[in-house]
Design a protein around this ligand. Structure first.
Ligand SMILES: [Ca+2]
Ligand SMILES: [Ca+2]
Length: 392
């Protein structure tokens, strides 16, 4: 009888511990986390199963989605086209987008609507802007969308990173609108000295007013030699950003090197550490800088992945369709692909789950008007998909 009980416990206990974390590869860097559940949090096991419906195909490396309040979507294609996708999936080009430097990871990148879009029809785009001397910069601009969604008019920049850099990678480039302010994430453009240098807007999160002026309340407006647009610094390649629906806080997702993708809670004036600290290692296997993951005065990521998820954009689920998901982070993954869900308690992660890896490289994720999830896939024949709970 005793032997039977032990056998029963062993049989029961082993699978439970084996599924405690999301299945993933061995760590690349293997740093010790700074606090419990900073990485490899327990797997969320609430039985959610998902189904996928394709709305549109033939999108060329789509990068950003915006959900139109009257139905339909705007989708950027990296090569430089803005597309309107109707609710039934008809794709038509929107004229009037800016000329882009479609090189490497650069091109037409994010799209967002003004909070008062229903009346103003204002649309924001981010892109890699061609500058003189073969350099480019992450830029953001605003334009007005025609009533029939066929045309943007009066496009003008509200932010251009400085100085221009000749590099085809790490543009960052999410834009998040909060009333009269725009937060724009700017990657390091492969310039390792810039993220810690307050004299440049490369490797930063910036905040500008939606008309392009710099708010006097930004953290470095009084600091001599600092760019006044800077909101936070020490970023590598933040390609995800969203406002928490309850607290209004800005959260970002950032590509690390090999290992060390980060979820950050952004506070003004704070240093997020790149390239001084990282939970990853260089692609060639050597350490980043001095090979340390933390240092005084540099903010810890709220969560990190090692091996990486290669994050695209993120959203906070806020809807009625997915029971138990409200307030959860939903992140796009380019590699291994699909979507990643994180459950939060305050600013700590308590659980992780992954879904839809079969979709491959997901660049953006959003919530549709009825609470369905929307994803776009990064592919020459990319798709726009609606994701809903399976069964019921
Ligand atoms: Ca960091
Ligand atoms: Ca998005």
């Amino acid at each position: 009888m005793v032997r039977f009980i032990f056998a029963f416990i062993a049989a029961f206990a082993l699978p439970l511990s084996a599924v405690a974390q999301v299945q993933q590869g061995a760590p690349n860097a293997g740093f010790k986390p700074a606090f419990k559940n900073q990485t490899r949090a327990p797997e969320i096991r609430d039985g959610t199963r998902l189904q996928v419906q394709q709305i549109a195909s033939g999108l060329n490396h789509p990068w950003g989605i915006a959900v139109l309040p009257g139905g339909g979507y705007l989708v950027t294609e990296r090569r430089g086209r803005l597309q309107h996708v109707s609710a039934s999936g008809k794709v038509t080009r929107v004229r009037g987008a800016p000329r882009v430097a479609a090189k490497g990871q650069g091109g037409l990148l994010d799209v967002a609507l003004a909070d008062d879009f229903a009346t103003s029809r204002r649309v924001f785009l981010t892109y890699s802007k061609p500058l003189s001397g073969r350099t480019q910069a992450t830029a953001a601009g605003v334009a007005t969308l025609s009533a029939d969604a066929s045309r943007l008019s009066n496009f003008r920049d509200i932010f251009v990173h400085t100085p221009g850099v000749n590099a085809g990678i790490h543009f960052g480039s999410r834009i998040v609108i909060k009333g009269n302010a725009a937060f724009i994430t700017v990657g390091d453009r492969n310039q390792l000295k810039m993220p810690q240098n307050l004299g440049t807007t490369v490797g930063k999160v910036v905040r500008v007013a939606i008309d392009g002026r710099v708010p006097g309340s930004n953290p470095f407006t009084q600091r001599e030699g600092a760019r006044p647009e800077i909101w936070s610094y020490g970023h590598r390649n933040p390609q995800g950003a969203a406002l928490h629906p309850r607290t209004g806080e800005l959260w970002t997702l950032e590509h690390g090197p090999k290992g060390g993708d980060e979820l950050n809670l952004i506070s003004p004036g704070v240093n997020y550490g790149w390239p001084v600290v990282s939970y990853g290692i260089d692609y060639n296997g050597s350490s980043v800088g001095r090979g340390i993951s933390r240092s005084g005065g540099m903010a810890e990521p709220r969560y990190y992945w090692d091996p990486v998820i290669a994050p695209g954009d993120m959203t906070f689920y806020n809807g009625r369709m997915f029971q138990g998901w409200n307030g959860d982070v939903v992140a796009a993954s380019l590699n291994p692909g699909g979507i990643v869900r994180l459950k939060l308690r305050g600013d700590r992660v308590t659980g992780e789950a992954r879904y839809l890896r079969k979709l491959g490289r997901v660049r953006d994720v959003d919530v549709d008007r009825d609470g369905a999830l929307l994803v776009i896939t990064d592919d020459p024949n990319g798709g726009l998909f609606r994701v809903t709970p399976a069964g019921g």
